[in-house]
Design a protein around this ligand. Structure first.
Ligand SMILES: *[C@@H]1O[C@H](CO)[C@@H](O)[C@H](O)[C@H]1NC(C)=O
Ligand SMILES: *[C@@H]1O[C@H](CO)[C@@H](O)[C@H](O)[C@H]1NC(C)=O
Ligand SMILES: *[C@@H]1O[C@H](CO)[C@@H](O)[C@H](O)[C@H]1NC(C)=O
Ligand SMILES: *[C@@H]1O[C@H](CO)[C@@H](O)[C@H](O)[C@H]1NC(C)=O
Ligand SMILES: *[C@@H]1O[C@H](CO)[C@@H](O)[C@H](O)[C@H]1NC(C)=O
Length: 456
């Protein structure tokens, strides 16, 4: 085993930059007077470390950047794109580190994910090219590079440590740059926590983070996400839990995104006998896990600060109705800008979803609304700004947000907002108000989406 996996990250702008990925994806490039730059990023593995080629590519990069500046001049910035790329970069950095100490299974896994990413970058570049109607040879060469990389990755060859070290340093630099960018973005992103919009307009393409922390593709049932109301000192905390059946036995906590990617949890809660869960619509909110205990079926709160468990039964919650993709999903927890919620179907409502507002301290139901969404036809549901959104299966590749119920006004709406699936099925889908993203656990993978809202 002596050969190279080379991940060459080409950042086409050394300056602070915004990444309007959705526009590229929809084949639309919007311009404005915002003074923002466009960035195109590419990952290049090769069979040897090509210093000359890197130099060549750096030149090409600069040229391409200038060209992009001319073509696109200023790009409208849509929130959240930057952290997607930062996430991908962090992910790759961690994976390069892992490759250095790599057992073979890591390598297989990494190559698999690299292939997925390369396909996505390929599509991105091709769409960017199309949307600019550019006949630039630079685009062709970047495109060819990506194709070449795909071929190389496909050969599944070995790696050279010294090259990886060089790449890691490059990654670290870029990462720092992107982190600075991200900070700036957060400052100019006033809409976090703000419900000054009239609902979801569109959902970005999925970002596939990686396979679950058990590296087990058979762990189809689970969930992952961030604390939606973090306590002090745990602002960056992520959580994860999964198993090969809908049963829930444990939760892992990670102090930040990087640790999540490294599969390095700071703590782990195994559920004691009698407290095991089922169904996979759990979340973490205010440093407490809210999940559905199995026997008897009831709401359970595991306070992560005190490790105290509390329970509440919802007698009206029926055990005849679950979501389409998974059994035992009777109680679906959700958190949004308004607080904590649970959704269930009742016999009284004839299988339609009832939305209940929960009081965190008392763990009691404050108020309830019966929606028009018949649960067995729903893929999953989540709350945003006091509005319940329900999805339903489209085709194998698409889920559709088709219905909403506004608990503030009682208004129901039917809509058709596509949500591109990564795999056919998923078991945990929820919104997080701290970053306005959707988190999904899909066939063992961590997946997330950005939301765009209709302006007032
Ligand atoms: C592209 O932009 C135009 C003008 O803003 C808009 O009408 C059109 O719907 C957009 N197309 C897509 C695919 O987003
Ligand atoms: C691309 O540009 C060429 C000329 O610059 C033009 O003839 C062609 O119609 C354009 N294609 C599209 C899809 O806009
Ligand atoms: C891609 O690979 C082919 C064959 O190895 C080579 O001829 C070509 O120069 C490569 N393209 C780039 C842009 O490096
Ligand atoms: C909500 O949006 C409207 C229209 O953009 C704006 O006039 C108003 O100031 C906004 N309110 C808040 C609280 O941001
Ligand atoms: C969890 O326990 C801590 C310490 O007892 C308490 O301060 C906090 O309010 C509890 N959180 C919830 C959500 O019950």
């Amino acid at each position: 085993m002596h050969q190279t996996l080379l991940l060459l990250f080409l950042l086409l702008s050394p300056a602070l930059a915004w990444l309007p990925m959705e526009d590229w994806e929809s084949g639309n490039v919007t311009t404005s007077g915002g003074g923002l730059e466009c960035v195109c990023s590419v990952f290049l593995p090769d069979s040897s470390f090509p210093a000359d080629r890197v130099q060549h590519m750096q030149q090409a990069t600069t040229d391409l950047r200038l060209e992009l500046e001319i073509h696109m001049n200023k790009l409208v910035h849509y929130g959240g794109k930057l952290d997607i790329f930062l996430g991908e970069l962090l992910d790759l950095t961690v994976r390069v580190a892992m490759l250095e100490s790599s057992p073979d299974n890591y390598i297989k896994l990494d190559f698999e994910l690299l292939r997925i990413e390369l396909r996505e970058f390929e599509a991105l570049v091709s769409q960017l090219k199309g949307s600019l109607n550019s006949s630039s040879p630079l685009f062709d060469s970047v495109y060819t590079e990506i194709r070449n990389m795909t071929l190389i990755v496909n050969q599944l060859e070995t790696y050279d440590k010294s090259n990886l070290e060089v790449i890691r340093i490059e990654f670290a630099k870029l990462q720092k740059k992107l982190e600075e960018c991200q900070k700036e973005q957060e400052i100019i992103k006033p809409d976090i926590g703000n419900c000054n919009h009239t609902g979801i307009m569109s959902v970005s393409k999925p970002t596939v983070i990686q396979l679950n922390a058990h590296l087990n593709p058979g762990y189809l049932y689970g969930g992952w996400g961030k604390d939606s109301k973090p306590v002090r000192g745990h602002e960056s905390m992520y959580w994860y839990g999964a198993y090969s059946s809908p049963s829930v036995y444990e939760f892992y906590l990670y102090s930040n995104y990087n640790k999540l990617l490294q599969r390095s949890s700071f703590t782990h809660h195994g559920l004691p006998q009698g407290y095991e869960g089922t169904g996979n619509n759990y979340i973490v909110h205010g440093n407490a896990v809210y999940y559905q205990a199995a026997n008897p079926v009831r709401m359970t709160k595991l306070n992560l600060t005190s490790s105290v468990y509390s329970h509440r039964q919802i007698t009206k919650a029926s055990q005849r109705f679950t979501y389409t993709y998974s059994p035992n999903q009777y109680l679906d927890f959700s958190a949004d800008e308004e607080g904590l919620w649970v959704m269930y179907a009742s016999e009284e409502a004839m299988g339609k979803i009832v939305v209940a507002k929960l009081d965190e301290k008392s763990f009691g139901i404050e108020d309830e609304w019966t929606t028009g969404a018949f649960k067995p036809l729903v893929g999953n549901a989540f709350m945003v700004c006091g509005v319940m959104y329900a999805t339903r299966p489209g085709d194998l590749k698409t889920e559709e947000i088709y219905y909403s119920y506004n608990t503030l006004t009682g208004e129901e709406r039917y809509m058709s907002i596509p949500l591109q699936k990564f795999q056919d099925t998923f078991v945990n889908l929820h919104y997080n108000p701290t970053d306005q993203r959707l988190y999904m656990y899909s066939s063992g993978y961590y997946v997330s989406y950005n939301l765009r809202f209709n302006e007032e």
